[in-house]
Write a protein that binds this ligand. Structure first.
Ligand code: 2PG
Ligand code: MG
Length: 430
């Protein structure tokens, strides 16, 4: 007799993401009838070493269709999952790794494995009748995360209109998650009004941030500071600025091309430029300041500014525990972005998060630029007590669903509600 929490069936289907592209959805049904769902997100600025996405190629849907990944689930993953106990997430993920031991999940597709892994995790929470965050926390004290929220999009998310990818705020003065979102709303809406009054309003980018109608990258930062002030907040004291440079996207033949400013910079020049921005603006965090292969640049920058600001590795670390431990031992970065689909399974993402915590780093659970209505990430950020959450801007429902879920979790926490706030930042600004 199978146990009630054993997997009875695995069903997958093609659904559509926030860019109108196909993606993989999986539903796992247990012997007792409980169901868990998992959806694969998709990045536009991707690290070379992250788990692969298997897409069909060819002409249909620009080559983005996912029937090969769905076939892998039906023919290879599902038969191996049936009968497994969904409450043993590590065993399930080990089985997925056994089926595809390649470092970037090229055989099954990271989009297939992560959808299955997230579905089994959600099924286990449903089996226990618990919200996912509570099931994962397993009785330990956990907090709602400090959000970093995009106000202007850029880079690969905005047709490369500006070079820098994310211009974000960190609501340092907020004392609750709800207040953090209220402050964000004030600043997001003010930034839109400001763009409109300057005749620069032109819709939104991929993650819902205002379209970056700017002449220089620095003009975007200046407009962000202006928006913070116009909304009635003190830049630096109450609101910090966070940038995602997505450095690999600027890296060509050993130099960094800032197209907007018609500049080609080496790592020293770029360190100097960021240094000037850090001196001039209330920057508390920079993600991927350099390219994923530019270890010297990352090291030089961490040495120069790692005690002042949070330096996050995203494409640089690709949610990989080994890379995080190696980087920490070399004094490179002081925080890790955690994206479940970069790792390919929940357990591997958790290993990365634990390696970062062990190194004394900050951890940020992050969405991708291609997202869906799925709110699992908010639960992971709370349940794993990650400290920080990045899911894009403050518009478009694939983003808002994730922020709003935090408000529901706060209510579920009841009198034990706890919000970590600025302490989560990995730097002396925390
Ligand atoms: C990033 C993410 C989210 P993408 O670089 O941090 O902003 O982008 O999903 O395109 O990799
Ligand atoms: Mg990034």
């Amino acid at each position: 007799m199978p146990v009630n929490s054993a997997i009875k069936s695995v069903h997958c289907r093609r659904i559509w993401d926030s860019r109108g592209k196909p993606t993989v959805e999986v539903e796992v049904i247990l012997e007792d009838g409980s169901m868990g769902r998992g959806i694969a997100p998709s990045g536009a600025s991707r690290g070379a070493a992250e788990a692969s996405e298997i897409r069909d190629g060819g002409k249909i849907l620009g080559g983005f269709d996912v029937s090969l990944a769905l076939n892998n689930i039906n023919s290879k993953i599902s038969p191996a999952m049936i009968g497994m106990d969904t409450t043993s997430q590590r065993e399930i993920d080990s089985k997925l790794i056994e089926l595809d031991p390649s470092p970037t999940k090229d055989k099954l597709g990271g989009n297939a494995t992560i959808a299955v892994s997230l579905a089994t995790l959600n099924a286990a929470a449903a089996y226990h009748g618990l919200p996912l965050w509570k099931y994962i926390a397993g009785g330990s004290e956990v907090s709602l995360p400090l959000p970093e929220i995009q106000i202007f999009g850029g880079g690969a998310h905005a047709g490369r209109r500006v070079d820098i990818q994310d211009f974000m705020i960190v609501p340092l003065s907020a004392e609750t998650f709800d207040q953090a979102l209220e402050i964000t709303a004030e600043i997001y809406l003010t930034a839109g009004q400001l763009m409109s009054s300057k005749g620069k309003l032109a819709g939104v980018a991929d993650e819902g941030g205002w379209w970056p109608n700017f002449q220089t990258n620095e003009e975007a930062i200046e407009t962000l500071v202006e928006s913070i002030e116009m909304a009635g907040f003190k830049p630096g004291e109450e609101i910090g600025i966070s940038l995602d440079v997505a450095g690999s996207e600027l890296w060509e033949n050993g130099t960094y091309k800032l197209t907007l400013e018609n500049k080609e910079l080496n790592s020293e020049d770029l360190t100097e430029l960021f240094g000037r921005w850090i001196e001039t603006y209330p920057i508390v965090s920079i993600e991927d300041p350099f390219a994923e292969d530019d270890h010297d640049g990352m090291k030089m920058f961490t040495k120069a500014y790692g005690d002042r600001i949070q330096i996050i590795g995203d494409d640089y670390l690709v949610t990989n525990a080994q890379k995080i431990t190696n980087s920490a031992s070399q004094g490179i970065c002081n925080a890790a972005l955690i994206k479940v689909n970069q790792a390919g399974t929940v357990s591997e993402a958790l290993n990365a998060l634990e390696a970062a915590k062990k190194a004394g780093w900050g951890t940020i659970i992050s969405a991708r630029s291609g997202e869906t209505e799925d709110v699992t990430l908010t639960h992971l950020a709370v349940g794993f007590d990650a400290g920080q959450l990045k899911v894009g801007s403050f518009s478009r429902s694939e983003r808002m669903a994730k922020w709003n879920e935090g408000l529901r979790i706060a209510e579920q926490m009841g009198t034990a509600v706890s919000y970590i706030g600025r302490k989560a930042l990995s730097s002396s600004n925390g």
